[in-house]
Design a protein around this ligand. Structure first.
Ligand code: B1M
Length: 215
């Protein structure tokens, strides 16, 4: 079902065509398709394709940038649909969310933020390329239940360890939990750096966050 639409979505990202991506996102809403299904079966397939073409030298930075912009255009249309259900729920906990310093990838991090807020968490999204000191200071100020840090680069993953250590230095652990994620991040890495939770995707991040606030 919807195979052609998902294929068009994939192609719109590969073409870096933000206008078409946004139109297709709207079409999927009109057809009653779950926004996360549209993202995962359509748009993400396209962005993954561009990413693998980039790693083997068949695509270059402009293609990566355009794919990212097209992906953002689609998510902008789908986001209000994802948040509709969360509006009436009670607050489950406070999450300070950021992509770590040196890393400007924001699509996955923002998706995690959208899913967390639509599930009832209050999300303070600090954006991308955020210094460790800003993350932990914000966590202290708002008395965060969870600090959620995303890294898309193998070179910036190490900053997640710095976040755990900086929270420990401030005496905020173990009360403030740390959740990590991003394409190169694994459960083994989370265990190694002493993070409390890891998820490979935005849906899983909600279950992990719910478990963390129960403990
Ligand atoms: Co970049 N990039 N990029 N890039 N980029 C990757 C990550 C890369 C794997 C591509 C490749 O070579 N195959 C590669 C990293 C290699 C590595 O480190 N091992 C790479 C590179 C090298 C780079 C540059 C260094 C390129 C250059 O300049 N030479 C540069 C770095 C800039 C920087 O950050 N300092 C760069 C730049 C960019 C753009 C700006 C052009 C653009 C980002 C646009 C934007 O975000 N606004 C971009 C893009 C688009 C990608 C790819 C193609 C797609 C990323 C994406 O948005 N995926 C990516 C390849 C890939 O992942 N296939 C790539 C879709 C998104 C929904 O998935 O972000 O994985 P993702 O998030 C998922 C999960 O990971 C998880 O849930 C999300 C939703 O399911 N998740 C969490 C994420 N955060 C989480 C946090 C959690 C829990 C789950 O809890 C806290």
């Amino acid at each position: 079902m919807h195979t052609n639409l998902f294929e068009d979505m994939r192609q719109s990202i590969i073409d870096g065509d933000a206008e078409t991506a946004a139109e297709l996102a709207q079409k999927s809403i009109d057809q009653g398709i779950d926004p996360l299904e549209a993202i995962n079966k359509g748009f993400v397939v396209g962005v993954d394709h561009v990413g693998s073409q980039f790693s083997c030298g068949n695509a270059f930075l402009p293609e990566l940038v355009m794919a990212g912009e097209a992906m953002k255009a689609a998510i902008k249309v789908l986001e209000p649909e994802m948040t509709k259900t969360g509006a009436q729920r009670q607050m489950l906990g406070k999450v300070v969310l950021a992509t770590v310093e040196g890393d400007i990838h924001d699509i996955g991090k923002s998706l995690v933020g959208t899913m967390l807020s639509s599930s009832g968490f209050e999300v303070i999204d600090l954006g991308v390329d955020v210094p460790i000191t800003t993350i932990v200071e914000q966590a202290r100020q708002v008395d965060a239940d969870i600090v959620a840090v995303s890294s898309l680069l193998t070179t910036t993953m190490v900053r997640q360890r710095d976040v755990v250590e900086a929270l420990e230095d401030l005496g905020l652990r173990p009360n403030t939990k740390v959740m990590v994620g991003g394409a190169p991040v694994t459960q083994d890495w989370a265990d190694e750096i002493g993070a409390d939770g890891y998820s490979e995707d935005a849906v899983g991040a909600v279950s992990v966050a719910k478990k963390l606030v129960q403990n």
